[in-house]
Every structure is written in C-alpha cells, then in structure tokens.
Design a protein around this ligand. Sequence first.
Ligand code: GLN
Length: 380
Amino acid sequence: LHPVYAGMPVTIFEHMSGLARELGAINLGQGFPDEAPPPALLEALSRAAAERSHQYPPMAGIPELRRAVAGFYAWTQGLEVGAESVIVTSGATEAVACAILAAVAPGDEVLLFSPAYDAYAPLIRRAGGVPVFVPLSPPHWRYDEAAIVAAVTPRTRALVLNDPLNPTGTVAADTELAMIASLCVRHDLIAICDEVWENVRFDGRRHRSLLALPGMARRTIKIGSAGKIFGATGWKVGWMVAAPDMAAVLARAHQFLTFTTAPMLQWAVAQGLEDPALAAGCTARWAETRGVLIEALGRRGFTVLDTTATWFTCIDLAASGIALDDRTFSDRAVREAGVASIPLSALWEGDAAPEGIVRLCHCKPEAMLLEAMDRLVRWR
Ligand code: GLN
C-alpha cells in the first residue's frame, strides 16, 4: 500500500486512548468530555430519530443545519454568510480533507505551523502537496511574520491556520490575524482555517475568523465542529464555510468522501445551534473544569502554560521539576500513575520540537480531575 500510510503509526490520540482503556487509566489524553451533551440536544436527537427520515439527506447537508450554522455565526461572530456557504461534513476532519483535496495540486506547498493537529500533513502529502512547517515557540506560541514570509515560495498555494490552537490552547491576536490575512492576499494563498475551538474560549472575547478580514472572503475555507461546540465528539458533525462558488466546489470533494452525514444528527445539531444559550452553557461548564484543573495543578507544584481556549491545559515538565521528556512522561504516566496525557512533540513536524510540554484535557468531572492529580503526585 501507499508509503504515506504503510509504516505510519496510529494517531497519538488513538494510541493513548487505547492504552488508557487497556490499563484502566484516567484519560486526560484525547480531547472529549465525560459528561453528556446538553439534555435539550439529546431530546432533539430522540425526536429526530422518531420523526425524521433515516435515508440519505441532501449531499451538502440538510437545509435546517446549513441555515442554523449561518445563523450561529451571525449571532456569535457577526459573520454575514448565507446557508449556501455552508457544506456539512462528517466531522471537521472530513472538512479538512475536503479543503485539502480541493485546494492542493501535486507539487503545491502548504504552510503549516508546528505544533499542528496531526491530520493536516498526511492529507497534504496524499494530495501530492508538500507541507512546509513554521515552528511556533513556547510559551506564547506567537506568529512571526518574518518566519512565515521566509517559508513562502512561488509554489506556496495555501496556509493552514488552527485558531484557537490545539494543543496549546492559545488564540491568535488580532494583529497576528491581520498580518496572516495580508500575507495570504499578497501571496495569493488559500487559507484553510480549522476553527473547531471557536466557541471554546474563556477570555470572553468573540472569535474572529480570517474569513471576515479584508480580502479573505474569497480565499478562506472556515471549518467548524458541532462535537466541540456541544461536547459530542462521537457525533462527527462538522462543516466548511466558504464563498458560495467555493462551497459548491468543496462539496464535490465531500460527495466522494462520505457523501452525507447522518440526518438525525444534523437535525439535532440544527436545533441546538438555534438556541445560543445551549452552546454558551457548554462553554461555561468547561470554564469551571478548566479552573479546577489549573488550580489543582498549581497547588501540586506543576507549572501551567497560559491558555485561553480549548479543552486543554499544557504543563511545562522542567519548570515543574520533572526531569523527563514529554514522550517518556506520557508513556510512564499512563502505565505507572494511571493517567493518560498527550506529549506535545507528537504533534510536531520540522526541527527542534520542544520536548518538555504535556497536554492534559480538562473537560472532566471535578472528582476525576482531582483523582488524576493525586495519582500524578503520588507517582512523581
Ligand atoms: N481533537 C482531538 C484531540 O485533540 C482528537 C481527535 C482524534 O482522536 N482524532 O484530542
């Protein structure tokens, strides 16, 4: 089989969750909440299961969900997009695949930042493209214009921006977004914007998308996820938002990947997005769990890096007095302490990965977080 896949390990998330299941460890690795999604969402799903069609829905998504996504973005981000700009996908990872397949031709270079979510580069390579990584530096992970410009060549076709950023939990500053947008315009790049964490931010500020910046409406593919908004990661309902003519082309990629997405899930998500209090309630709950984990880590002598978004908190091992690299820490912590985590260097390509940072997922019940912290302290 193809060398991109032959010899490739399973993702770090699958690997750590597998170990956690096998060893009975507390799983603070892969990002997913342990609490159920909002009751109103589950009620909508039951109604959909009882009353709505179980057959193929329209390829681009049911009209109710396409309208609801557009409405949600108008409400939460002041974005002016119509339903025809929204293409529903089976999770945001499918949306990433569609965007890359539709944008990248053999030989095209695509700019990415390290650390990066692990799906991007293999998809770019399989499309015949060449991923070019620009490293970000801890602890603030700022976007450096000179470093980005130095990575652009005449073959650069697109840029992938994940904002807020997984695994660091940081958010690009307005000035950084403006700088990246103007680079995209100047170098005629398509921006593939993985914004699945847009609603999971704790600084009280409205998410800003590159899509809304000058010159970007016709070159941005914005990707979102119901799994992240409502804490229902297994539903695998995501979407892409782009100018209507671009959306129509992106749909051609989607039609030969998954073609459609379970209609009862789409309908339930549409109902959920129409009540803004529901999404806000999820974020408010995660603000609590985030506070619990950060406080518990601090009280136990762990040094936590600043975060403003996502379900994740990163710890600095060396500053916490732990003389292990991140992979060794994660591997030993799951086996010896019974706590799964994600080593940041597993999400790094290019040279000089920081090797002392570990990601922990906070969207868990308080007792589980505290038990995990106690296990780490007893073990360390
Ligand atoms: N987005 C999830 C995370 O960062 C992982 C999803 C997956 O396992 N593919 O933890």
